[in-house]
Design a protein around this ligand. Sequence first.
Ligand SMILES: [Mg+2]
Length: 260
Amino acid sequence: MDALKQIKCFLLDMDGTFYLGDRIIEGSLSFIDTLRRTGRDFLFLTNNSSHNALFYVERLKKMGLSVGREKILTSGEATARILNRDYKGKRAYVLGNEFLLSEMREAGIPIDEDAPEIVVIGYDTTLDYKKMTRVCDLVRSGLPYIATHPDFNCPTETGFAPDIGAIIAFIEASAFRRPDLIVGKPHSGIVEAALERTGLTVPELAMVGDRLYTDIATGNKNGMLSVLVMSGETTREMLEKSEIRPSCVFGRLSDMNKYL
Ligand SMILES: [Mg+2]
C-alpha cells in the first residue's frame, strides 16, 4: 500500500470503475476529493473512440463531477498524437463516427477519403457495407494501417455491441492483414499520450480499472502500478484464474482513500 502514496496521478478507466452505465459508483466522488485534497491528479483513459472528450465531460457532469476536457484522454486523441508524431502531414482515411473525424481534424490530421496515404480505424457505429468494402481495399493495397484500440465488444444495457476488434477481424478475413499498430489499452500508445499530457514519469502514475486484460495489462505492460477495482467486470473467480496479476485490488475507488 506504500506504493499508492508515491502516485502523483491516477489513470482511471471509466465504465465499471468510476461509473456503471449511467450510474456513478458509490464513493467515486469522494475518491476524486481525496486526490484533490492530497495534491494528486487524475486522468480518465478510455478506449472508446466512438465518442470524443467533450461527450465524456458532459457525461461526468451529469454524475456530479465537473472537469475540463484535458482530464479525458480517448484512444482517438492518442491516435491523433501518434499520427502527428510518426506520420506528420500524411493524408488519412478515417473509419469512424463524426466524433472521431472531428477529433482528427482538430488535431490537424488531413482527412482524405479519395487518395489517402494511411488508414485509421476507430469504433465506427455508423459502419455500412460500402465503408467496409472501401476500408478493406485500402488495407489490401498495403497502406500503413492503425487501429485506435483492440476491444472486441462494447458493454451495453442489454449485453454487448461488436466493437472495433470485430471490425479488425472482418478486415483481416478480407484483406489478410492485422493493424500495424493498435493504440488503446493495453498498448503503449495511449500511455505515451498520458505521459505527455501529465508531464509525469511512469513510476508516478498508476493505472486503475475493472478489466484485467485491458486496464491491468496496461499497467503491467507499461511498468506502472496496476490497481484492480471489483466494481465492474471482474469477479473473484476471474481474478483467481487469471495470469494477469494486479499490483493491488480494491472493492471500489473510495477504498483507496485511506492509503492516500
Ligand atoms: Mg471498464
